[in-house]
Design a binder for this molecule. Structure first.
Ligand code: SF4
Length: 384
């Protein structure tokens, strides 16, 4: 017996959603009630995944996954007390502090990432903020300029930012800034005490104001309850613009940190969180981030089915292991998935404006685009 071709198999697999795909996409909302999100999160798991998958197909090509590579450009020695983090100087961990990486080393890593198919390169530095780091900041701006010249999306995570620093990063060509809310407002003080939830929201507002795409999500497995995972999604859903990316991390407990003994997060919790986020944040890219290497291939596929459409791939995460490009490319080929191009997400392309093509070809702002619910080209299954 012959099996159907991969495109036909994908078509058959998505046949049940054809009516939903054809329907007008639901409006992107910024007025979600927490109880509504909780109700979605608590729905029977397969119904939840089906609904999320349907929403996903209305706003994204389900055959595309964004490949991002992360580099830790300044390791450890951080003054903050994030209880999950091996880079905090308050804990005795295996992570050793380093100085800020040299430009050429970073560019070499970015070139390698691009050659392996990554289209976003993210650079992380372990510190509270950029205060007193004038020379270091200049070097980072140079890194941003040079990586952007490679036609990659470039992202940084450098702690808290002032509006002026955000503006300078934008001028250097920064595509996105990562600043996670981590968890709900209520649970947050149990995780970090050295900066507040509102400090984080201020940095996100400065990034947004500078015209940089926002990457902001959370970590599961901190000891939080279902209500906290819902609280995190609620918080980002009520932002004036949804973050362009929502990373979902599964805690990798690090010896020496206060959370070293935490139980690994259950897959069904991860799946519920991704599916709920996909329904509530329909145009956002949902990134399966730290902890992915602990998932089996079929568990990862369920996450993609539920709406995750980005991964970190490469040699390392910031301080933990990462699935390697070769492994990921082989997995994606088995599941009929392919990598996104740079700036394929329209909200991100809009922010890039004339750096990509004449501004007149874009809607006037990202929020206009978001509220118009412009749909990407038909999903590959429907293109057969
Ligand atoms: S998560 Fe970031 S801010 Fe918190 S301790 Fe680690 S490096 Fe510092």
């Amino acid at each position: 017996m012959r099996f159907p071709s991969s495109s036909l198999r994908r078509g058959l697999a998505t046949h049940a959603t054809a009516d939903v795909v054809a329907a007008a996409p639901p409006k992107t909302r910024h007025d979600w009630m927490r109880e509504e999100i909780q109700k979605i999160y608590d729905s029977p798991l397969l119904d939840l995944v089906f609904r999320a998958s349907s929403v996903h197909r209305q706003h994204h090509d389900p055959g595309k996954i964004q490949l991002c590579t992360l580099m830790n450009i300044k390791v450890g020695g951080c003054s903050e007390d994030c209880s999950y983090c091996s880079q905090s100087s308050r804990y005795q961990t295996p992570t050793k502090a380093s100085r800020l990486a040299e430009l050429e080393l970073v560019l070499e890593a970015a070139r390698k990432a691009k050659a392996n198919g990554s289209t976003r390169f993210c650079m992380g530095a372990a510190w509270r903020d950029l205060a007193g780091r004038k020379r270091g900041f200049e070097r980072i701006l140079e890194m941003v300029r040079e990586v952007r010249k490679m036609d990659m999306e470039v992202c940084t995570t450098l702690g808290m930012l002032t509006p002026e620093q955000a503006q300078r990063l934008k001028e250097a060509g920064l595509t996105a800034y990562n600043h996670n809310l981590d968890t709900s407002r209520e649970f947050y003080p149990r995780v970090i005490t050295t900066r507040s939830y509102d400090d984080r929201l201020d940095t996100i507002a400065a990034v947004r104001e500078a015209g940089i795409s926002v990457c902001s999500g959370g970590i599961l497995g901190l000891g939080e309850a279902d209500e906290d995972r819902v609280g995190l999604i609620y918080e980002v859903s009520n932002m004036p613009e949804h973050p362009e990316s929502f990373p979902v991390n599964a805690l990798v407990p690090i010896p020496g940190t206060p959370l070293e003994g935490n139980e690994p997060v259950k897959h069904q919790i991860l799946l519920r969180t991704i599916a709920t986020a996909r329904i509530v944040l329909p145009t956002t890219i949902i990134r399966l981030a730290a902890g992915r290497q602990t998932l089996s291939e079929s568990e990862q596929a369920m996450c993609f089915m539920a709406g995750a459409n980005a991964v970190f791939t490469g040699d390392h995460m910031l301080t933990t292991d990462c699935s390697h490009w070769d492994e990921d490319k082989a997995m994606m080929s088995r599941w009929g998935l392919e990598g996104m191009e740079s700036f394929e997400q329209k909200q991100v392309a809009v922010k890039e404006g004339t750096r990509l093509q004449p501004a007149s070809t874009f809607p006037e702002s990202a929020s206009t685009l978001e509220s118009s619910n412009e749909v990407l080209p038909a999903p590959s299954a429907a293109r057969m």
